[in-house]
Design a protein around this ligand. Structure first.
Ligand code: XMP
Length: 339
């Protein structure tokens, strides 16, 4: 009989066998469910011979890099390096409005940074080995040979059949496909699992529920939720609005019944009034959907008082926003993201 705890034991044994007594693994983490569960599983199997890398690309949610550091490193004990590459990403994104261009820039820059960090970790590992190793050990030990990839079963199917409509409409980057030049071998411990199974695996590994139940977040981050050019100022506005939105959804106890919720910063200005003065400021659109697999999605029907509170907080607390709208489009014909 297949059980999740049986799966864990078997998978840990398999990982240890693959890596041998000395091999090292690196992996990118995003703060999302899949990469977190994969990282925790690796850490359980081989401890600090697994190195997690988080790249701050400047278009993450508010304080996300710090949150992920606390969560993965302090709470879950995973060996994590956070790399602040926000300036590089934001400078490469300057003036870019086209969504596919934004995705390409973020994907490529991610690879550049990740490769740099992986090389540093490899050099460090070799140095450690030189200090204490036997001749025999030197050949193998310290080598970073494996790349952890949080691929799930539906991703495996989608990349085999190329049937996923989203894959042809938008390029959803996944790290493995882009890292093929690195000569690292892929290790994919989640490749037989569906999302709900990854969540129960996460719970069994002791990952806290709020983390295991987190909504998905796209790799290109807030860059595809800022409809105009991406600047530090625009990122800040969207981060603040999004933080309020998610906070109020959690406070209302609705987070787990919504599949994905986020704010979008529109590239238009609208007229408003504050005191006796006319304002002319930007607009936030709120999106919330319910979906099984994100191939189709229904817009979520909020209680009116929750929307009212969110709108009033965003217009009061976020400088530069004087109007909030709610997106009532389903997929299809709309997509979940606006870009
Ligand atoms: P769409 O907008 O295609 O979104 O209906 C479906 C799901 O995919 C996520 N999404 C992305 N994820 N890179 C990602 O990693 C991307 O470029 C990307 N575009 C969309 C979206 O957030 C939703 O969960």
């Amino acid at each position: 009989d297949w059980t999740m705890s049986g799966f864990i034991d078997k998978e840990i044994e398999r990982i240890r066998e693959i890596c041998g007594p000395t091999g090292r693994v690196i992996g990118a983490v995003s703060g999302g469910v899949d990469s977190t569960v994969a990282a925790k599983l690796m850490h359980t199997a081989i401890g600090d011979r697994f190195h997690a890398i988080m790249v701050d690309n400047g278009v993450l949610r508010l304080n996300e890099a710090t949150k992920v550091n606390t969560m993965l490193n302090k709470d879950l004990g995973v060996n994590l390096t956070v790399v602040d590459a926000s300036s590089l990403f934001l400078s490469r994104l300057e003036g870019v409005e086209d969504p596919e261009q934004k995705r390409k820039i973020i994907g490529n820059t991610f690879i550049n940074i990740f490769e740099e960090e992986a090389a540093k970790i490899e050099a460090m590992a070799e140095e450690e080995e030189e200090e204490g190793g036997t001749q025999e050990g030197k050949e193998k030990k310290g080598k970073v040979e494996w790349l952890l990839q949080g691929t799930l079963y539906p991703d495996v199917i989608e990349s085999i059949s190329f049937k996923g409509p989203s894959a042809t409409i938008k390029t959803h980057h996944n790290v493995g496909g882009l890292l093929k030049d690195m000569k690292l071998k892929l290790i994919e411990p989640l490749r037989e699992l569906f999302k709900d199974e990854v969540r129960s695996l996460g719970r069994l590994l002791g990952i806290p529920a709020p983390l295991v139940n987190r909504h998905p977040f796209p790799g290109p981050g807030l860059a595809i939720r800022i409809l105009g050019p991406v600047t530090r100022e625009q990122v800040k506005i969207l981060q603040l609005a999004d933080e309020i939105y998610i906070e109020e959804i959690r406070r209302a106890g609705l987070y787990d019944e919504i599949s994905q919720a986020f704010a979008v910063l529109l590239p238009v200005k609208a007229v408003g009034v504050m005191g006796d003065a006319r304002t002319y400021e930007q607009v936030i659109a709120l999106r919330a959907v319910q979906s099984e697999d994100f191939m189709t999605a229904d817009w979520y029907v909020f209680p009116a008082d929750v929307l009212r509170r969110i709108s009033s907080r965003i217009t009061n607390e976020v400088k530069g926003i004087n109007r909030v709208t709610y997106d009532i489009s389903s997929k299809p014909p709309a997509t979940v993201e606006w870009l």
